[in-house]
Ligand binder design. Structure first.
Ligand code: PLP
Length: 465
């Protein structure tokens, strides 16, 4: 029989280690102090014959991991597009694990299914998407892109008289997929999983936005089923594709329109940035992440799809032992019909907790704050001698170069070693850049000051390169 007291010690230890870790985040260097190679030895050494008591395991885990942890929860972590964790979302995530609900069926796990449905409705509302869109909680935007494009594949082939579920792709009409040259690589990955091959990439402007004239020309060169994948939030510039013109071009060819808005869709949640999303709600499917701007723990992405039947046809399944929701095809649907997995954790509950803790105003403030901090960093770092901000800072992303590629790379390396901030080196439009992504809810004016100081010191240390 389950003995509740067996859980007391390990949970108490986990809470204490979590508090200690979070307490260290504001002061510790952002970068880890050791490498995965070094820690692989500490963690492994062959599977021991004898076990360790649960609380002892948690102590061992925390102690071994500590030097290799990166302060991604820090307000001065600007790498990739990451985000931290809101207190309510982190605590909700613990409950999700304690509850251990296999979130596939409404009848079997009603509480988490209903919480996720509410989170889905709230998200659709905040992002300005069509009411009634289906929402699935997936691992991240990679799988959200996959899910949206799977629905697209099913629908455009169905319109061409081809049932891809029954017949597969061999012999099917070719599905053309058109993307902007600066789409995220996960779009290509999703298309590969779907057997659609490499997309046709069309020209973008100086901010990385797809050019609608180039899209129209590409679509006019062919015929047959087509999918257009647009982007809300370029990882280097933060720029948004011009949705009204691009979607109009796609509609002239009856193309399905999917938008990868891993971080950008959240622009719709604030009056300060909502204009960037103009026209985006006219697409068919959207991918975003809750684990980026909304600051819930990994792994939590969201697919939304206007065409409920297409999403469920592409991802749903039937098993005699699965007792489907009593509402049938026109109801809210079971969670498993909207995502690639059958068994999964109730990851959407963290979205409910984050949104409930922030409210509509809080989400608007969070999103506007990220954009305001990005503008501050761009203005102040751009004002340092030798620095050049390369993009128009419309949202949360800043790409900056420091003269030569060698110096830009040296600045990036110096900053990681220094430990006050983490910014990722990258290449954009043929130049080495330092990419600053402001995605953490806790970044404040003091963090911005420290970050500008760190870059100033990095410039001093790399003078002459
Ligand atoms: C982060 C990101 C992705 C991938 O999202 P994951 O959550 O890492 O799977 C896709 N597209 C864009 C624009 C992104 O920023």
């Amino acid at each position: 029989m389950l003995r509740p007291e067996d859980f007391d010690a390990p949970l108490a230890r986990a809470a204490e280690h979590a508090r200690r870790w979070l307490g260290s985040v504001p002061e510790r260097p952002v970068a880890p102090r050791t490498t995965a190679d070094a820690l692989a030895e500490a963690f492994d050494g062959g599977l021991p014959e004898a076990g360790v008591d649960p609380a002892g395991v948690i102590d061992l885990l925390a102690r071994t991991a500590e030097p290799g942890l990166t302060a991604m929860a820090s307000g001065r972590f600007y790498g990739f597009v990451i985000g931290g964790t809101l207190p309510a979302a982190l605590a909700a995530d613990w409950l999700v694990s304690a509850w251990d609900q296999n979130t596939g069926l409404r009848f079997a796990t009603p509480a988490v299914a209903a919480a996720e449905e509410a989170a889905g409705h709230w998200t659709v509302d905040l992002l300005g998407l069509p009411p009634g869109s289906d929402v699935g909680f997936v691992t991240g935007a990679s799988m959200a892109n996959f899910a949206g494009l799977a629905a697209a594949r099913w629908r455009v082939l169905e319109r061409a008289g081809w049932d891809v579920n029954a017949r597969g792709l061999a012999g099917a009409p070719r599905v053309r997929v058109v993307v902007g040259a600066e789409r995220h690589d996960t779009v290509d990955m999703a298309l590969r999983y779907l057997g659609l091959g490499a997309p046709e990439a069309v020209a973008v402007d100086g901010e990385g936005r797809l050019r609608p004239d180039a899209l129209a020309a590409a679509l006019a060169r062919g015929e047959g089923p087509a999918v257009v994948c647009l982007q809300a939030g370029n990882i280097h510039s933060g720029a948004f594709d011009p949705f009204p013109a691009a979607i109009a071009a796609a509609r002239r060819h009856s193309a399905w329109v999917h938008i990868d808005g891993a971080f950008g869709l959240w622009a719709a949640a604030s009056p300060a940035t909502r204009h960037l999303m103009e026209g985006a709600a006219d697409a068919d499917s959207w991918a975003t992440d809750a684990h980026k701007n909304l600051n819930v723990p990994y792994d939590c992405g969201i697919v939304a799809c206007r065409d409920v039947a297409a999403l469920r046809a592409a991802l749903g399944m039937h098993g005699d032992y699965l007792v489907h929701d009593a509402h049938g095809d026109h109801g809210p649907g079971d969670p498993f019909e909207k995502v690639p997995e059958l068994s999964r954790r109730a990851r959407g509950v963290t979205v409910w907790a984050a949104l409930r803790s922030l409210g509509r105003d809080g989400v608007a403030g969070l999103v506007a704050g990220l954009a305001a901090n990005a503008r501050q960093l761009a203005r102040r770092i751009g004002g340092l001698p030798g620095a050049e901000v390369l993009n128009d800072v419309v949202f949360s992303q800043v790409s900056v170069a420091f003269g030569s590629d060698a110096r830009t790379r040296a600045v990036a390396d110096w900053l990681v070693a220094d430990g006050r901030v983490w910014m990722t080196g990258s290449r954009w439009h043929g130049r080495a850049v330092l990419r600053i992504s402001v995605t953490n809810w806790s970044t404040d004016a003091a963090d911005v000051d420290v970050s500008v100081d760190a870059v100033r010191d990095a410039l001093a240390a790399t003078e002459g390169l």
